[in-house]
Design a protein around this ligand. Structure first.
Ligand SMILES: Nc1ncnc2c1ncn2[C@@H]1O[C@H](COP(=O)(O)OP(=O)(O)O)[C@@H](O)[C@H]1O
Ligand SMILES: [Mg+2]
Length: 437
């Protein structure tokens, strides 16, 4: 893609309404555009990043054999009345009436709808366990939407639901999700800490929040740095291994301020191992047993002909929030670098162009074609602008690798800046192989 052709409305001014870096950057680089309070359009650059995150989330869900489906955004109020949450949910739920005067709503979550689908089609224990998920827009009428895509009203979420016959099997589903989340965040190059959490309006007795470290986060966290020594490579998908993983995590101190206690912290964690920082909640998992299946009468025939209420859990990841959260975690000294796995482009070519000299642009176009042939997703900055402005612009856009075509280049050697901003003069072949691995 040529930058001059890309729909990327970069603005020079700092947006005044944006209080945190990710929000400012996403508006300035034209990743998103607000359409009304807490509701955004995703423009090509932002959309591309979000889709890459979504794909990683999807692959790690599929790796635990969760099955993808798609439920609608608009739901009928009836099932919410059955579960008792229609009144409980309060003003965060956007309620709508259709032309027949039927009560509808824009789904803030999907426990009711999935339970309704499940109860009408599954009759026997033999069909259990089931793990289903979808990636779909949600609406919650937050009283104070803020921080751009981090706390908005319409947001994109992966939500999964597990159905099991008993507690033991349900815990296995929970542990699988737990593992899948940690793998997902690792692929996004994030340090995520699972923290035991309150279950809130979803209910139930077991819950973890997944929090990533970022100075601008809304949650204050207190943890033992040892938590980062736990290596996912030491575990596998077997029941025993997953159980061990969760025990290993539970044995290390990590809490948010709700559960913080200074005395306990000091007695359990060495001073130099104490981590006090802020974080952003990017995922949240719940095991709530029969909280929904009971009122919704979701039963299966168990062995011996008895009817059993199925045991359920639900598991969310804020896909659109992650775009902002990753910026918060990665932004450093006015420079943004996307993790390789989700960067909007693999590399940008930045030629020094001026009206009288097109030589650098011609060289750049050759490189562009070569890299394209290798399936490398490359952006060419063909805009006629001085180099210092170009560099500033790319510090914001955050493509991790740059090829600079200017005074230091020859016919076959160019300046290459890698994701750590380390600069070297390399042959095109060497650049290719660096980008390939
Ligand atoms: N208002 C919001 N804007 C963006 N993402 C959100 C919002 N609310 C929730 N999310 C994302 O969805 C995930 C699951 O939400 P959930 O835990 O049910 O909501 P909450 O934490 O507000 O009770 C959260 O971990 C977060 O990543
Ligand atoms: Mg939550």
């Amino acid at each position: 893609m040529y930058l001059s052709k890309l729909f990327i409305p970069i603005t020079k001014d700092l947006p005044t309404e944006a209080k945190i870096k990710s929000h400012q950057l996403m508006l300035r680089t034209g990743m998103i555009k607000q359409s009304s309070a807490g509701i955004y359009s995703w423009l090509p650059l932002g959309f591309k990043v979000m889709k890459k995150i979504e794909q990683i989330v999807r692959e790690e869900q599929n790796n635990i054999n969760a099955q993808e489906m798609l439920m609608p955004t608009i739901q009928s109020a009836d099932i919410w009345k059955e579960s008792g949450r229609y009144n409980d949910y309060g003003e965060e739920m956007l309620r709508i009436k259709d032309r027949q005067n039927r009560e509808m709503l824009y789904g803030p979550t999907n426990e009711e709808l999935i339970t309704e689908i499940f109860r009408s089609s599954v009759k026997s224990y033999k069909s259990l366990p089931q793990l289903l998920y979808h990636i779909q827009w949600k609406f919650r009428d937050e009283i104070r939407p803020r921080f751009g895509v981090m706390r908005c009203r319409e947001f994109y979420m992966k939500d999964a639901y597990s159905f099991d016959l008993n507690d033991k099997q349900a815990k296995l589903s929970y542990n699988k999700m737990f593992y899948s989340y940690l793998k997902t965040f690792k692929r996004l190059d994030l340090k995520a800490i699972p923290m035991k959490a309150e279950t809130g309006p979803i209910g139930g007795d077991l819950s973890h929040e997944f929090i990533i470290l970022a100075e601008t986060g809304e949650s204050k966290i207190y943890a033992d740095k040892k938590i980062f020594d736990i290596d996912l490579k030491d575990y596998s998908y077997t029941e025993e291994s997953l159980e061990k993983m969760r025990n290993d995590y539970s044995s290390v101190y990590a809490v948010t301020d709700e559960k913080f206690n200074q005395k306990e912290f000091d007695s359990k964690v060495n001073k130099d191992e104490q981590l006090i920082t802020k974080g952003i909640e990017v995922g949240h998992i719940f095991y709530f047993g029969d909280k929904y299946s009971k009122p919704l009468n979701c039963l299966v025939d168990a062995q011996g002909g008895k009817k059993e209420t199925v045991k359920m859990g639900s598991y969310g990841i804020g896909v659109s929030r992650l775009v902002g959260a990753i910026i918060e975690a990665k932004y450093n000294k006015n420079v943004m670098k996307w993790p390789k796995s989700i960067s909007p482009f693999d590399v940008v070519i930045i030629p020094n162009i001026n009206k009288n000299n097109k030589e650098n642009l011609i060289k750049s176009e050759k490189i562009y074609k070569e890299l394209k042939k290798q399936n490398i997703d490359v952006l060419l900055d063909d805009v006629d602008e001085n180099m210092s402005n170009k560099f500033k612009k790319h510090d914001l856009i955050g493509i991790p690798n740059q090829i600079i075509v200017g005074s230091k280049s020859t016919e076959d050697e160019f300046e290459f800046k890698d994701k750590d901003s380390k600069s070297s003069i390399l042959k095109l072949n060497e650049i290719k192989s660096k980008l390939k691995n």
